[in-house]
Write a protein that binds this ligand. Structure first.
Ligand SMILES: Cc1cc2nc3c(=O)[nH]c(=O)nc-3n(C[C@H](O)[C@H](O)[C@H](O)COP(=O)(O)OP(=O)(O)OC[C@H]3O[C@@H](n4cnc5c(N)ncnc54)[C@H](O)[C@@H]3O)c2cc1C
Length: 474
């Protein structure tokens, strides 16, 4: 019998009797054992990270999840929960083999409650589908990861996902009011409900958000909604100097205007998108583009904010300010921002992405030092991200570096980038999570006391570490 040990735990392989039991729980057609059929479940969106599951089970109810976790507990088999596999930290990759527990079939939007402004969904619901469903009722679910048409709400909760609108509206954690979750023991718990206030005991609901599928499997979710803003306008400002763009962001905030988004793109990211689209983009040679969205209910208020923001951009040296009100023009302004990840992969299929956060005011210094680092090590480091909340995505491209040199360089680069981030008062991930990609670096960001405290929380939930082992902790 093959046994895998990790973190001192012993796991057993999935044998024929267990396969038969899993078929009995979920139905034979929802249990995959064929290598080819299981291939899509062996990776997420992290380039180059792969591990084969022993079996994939596509569940359709909380009771099935509970039965599988009880079985896995009894037999000591690792279980990796999975939404859409669009994660960027390796969280859904079954690095210890065992069972991949796919929530993709639990994708119903169960209820849109227009009286309480809440929506109840299953974890496999696609985030963009939730947006469209509630918007048809004049309601708004603001968190908007760029992956929203592919990723699931369960994955968003497990990662604490954010998106461009975080500047004004916050992230996933600010909208979850109720959760049903299955513990590694197989017990089903509910936390919260259709409640705006709730301080009954410890806040387990917020503990589960961002726990990366290591504490429980989320099976039902109640999200708070807000009224859909009636007016939206987008503005693209281009600058010859990144410092000027950053000063503009500070000036906008100081003017007491909170835009919905303030995104930035450096010149090299715009050039990569141009190469992908094979056409020129406006002001492609500018050092930085700021993409600012304003929203509200009254046209007059939005227009007044637009005048102030436009003027502040020009006062701070913007070369040009483009304004878009109608949907097609707004989509054109956003096209470059939405295509960046694809464009960077097109530029260099092997690449590595970091997701650091620094205080907003430190972004210019951070970028200067990142460019120096790129020159020192001879690799392209291209940045874009959320100027409004300090979340910078740093992308290293392999280009034509030999594989050996690249593989040695990536951990060195990550560590340098994290040390720089931390020295500026930042942290190592803002929205993509630790997963297995960043776990060895956790001690750079958290002290030993906190890591031990977090480990002991995990031990209380899951003493045998059957749920998503080898994630988060070094
Ligand atoms: C092109 C691109 C753009 C992106 N843009 C953004 C962005 O703007 N903002 C952002 O925050 N992220 C972004 N991401 C990252 C990613 O889309 C998010 O992390 C998303 O939340 C992952 O959802 P998923 O359904 O794909 O989860 P998966 O990748 O399947 O899983 C992610 C983690 O969640 C756990 N998990 C999944 N479902 C459950 C459940 N029901 N219960 C318990 N644990 C569960 C898994 O075990 C894993 O640890 C982007 C990714 C790509 C590829």
């Amino acid at each position: 019998m093959i046994q895998v040990t990790t973190g001192g735990k012993v796991y057993n392989p999935v044998n024929e009797a267990i396969i038969a039991e899993l078929r009995g729980i979920a139905g034979a057609e929802q249990v995959l054992t064929n290598r080819e059929a299981m291939e899509p479940y062996s990776h997420d969106e992290v380039v180059g990270l792969r591990a084969d599951p022993e079996i994939v089970v596509r569940v359709s109810s909380s009771e099935q999840v509970a039965a599988i976790l009880r079985l896995a507990q009894r037999e000591r088999i690792p279980v990796t929960p999975r939404g859409a596999g669009w994660g960027l930290s390796g969280g859904a990759v079954p690095v210890c083999g065992g069972i991949v527990l796919s929530l993709e079939r639990m994708n119903r939007i169960l209820e849109i409650d227009t009286e309480n402004l809440m929506v109840t969904v299953e974890p496999g619901a696609i985030t963009g589908d939730i947006h469209r469903a509630v918007e048809a009722h004049g309601l708004f679910y603001p968190p908007d990861p760029a992956s929203l048409d592919s990723c699931t709400i369960g994955g968003n909760i497990a990662e604490g996902a954010g998106g461009p609108r975080a500047v004004k509206y916050g992230t996933t954690m600010h909208y979850v009011c109720g959760l049903e979750a299955v513990l590694p023991s197989g017990d089903i718990i509910t936390c919260g409900g259709k409640l705006v206030k709730n301080v009954t005991g410890y806040n387990l609901l917020q503990l589960l958000i961002g726990s990366e599928g290591t504490l429980a499997v989320v099976t039902r979710i109640i999200l708070r909604l807000v009224p859909l803003p009636r007016e939206q306008v987008d503005l693209l400002a281009t600058f010859d100097d990144f410092q000027a763009a950053a000063d503009t962001v500070s000036a906008i905030i100081a003017a007491r205007i909170v835009p919905t988004t303030i995104e930035f793109m450096e010149r090299d990211s715009i050039l990569a998108v141009e190469r992908l689209l094979q056409r020129d983009l406006p002001h492609h040679d500018a050092a930085a583009h700021l993409l600012i969205q304003l929203d509200g209910n009254g046209r007059e208020q939005v227009d007044a904010d637009l005048d102030v923001v436009g003027q502040l951009c020009l006062d701070h040296g913007a070369c040009d300010v483009l304004v878009a009100r109608d949907r097609p023009t707004r989509d054109r302004l956003w096209e470059a921002r939405r295509k960046i990840i694809e464009a960077l992969t097109n530029a260099s299929p092997i690449n590595h992405m970091e997701d650091v956060v620094v205080p907003r005011s430190e972004i210019p210094r951070f970028l200067r030092e990142i460019h120096q680092l790129a020159d020192q090590v001879g690799v392209r480091l291209i940045c874009f991200g959320h100027a409004g909340d300090g979340n910078v995505h740093v992308n290293a491209l392999q280009d034509d570096l030999p594989a050996e040199r690249w593989e040695a360089l990536v951990p060195q680069l990550s560590e340098e980038i994290y040390r720089l981030t931390l020295s500026l008062g930042g942290t190592i991930t803002g929205e993509h999570g630790i997963g297995c990609e960043r776990r060895r670096y956790l001690p750079l960001a958290l002290d030993a006391v906190q890591i031990e405290l977090q480990r002991s929380i995990r031990d209380v939930f899951d003493p045998n570490h059957i749920l998503n082992p080898n994630k988060i902790f070094p």
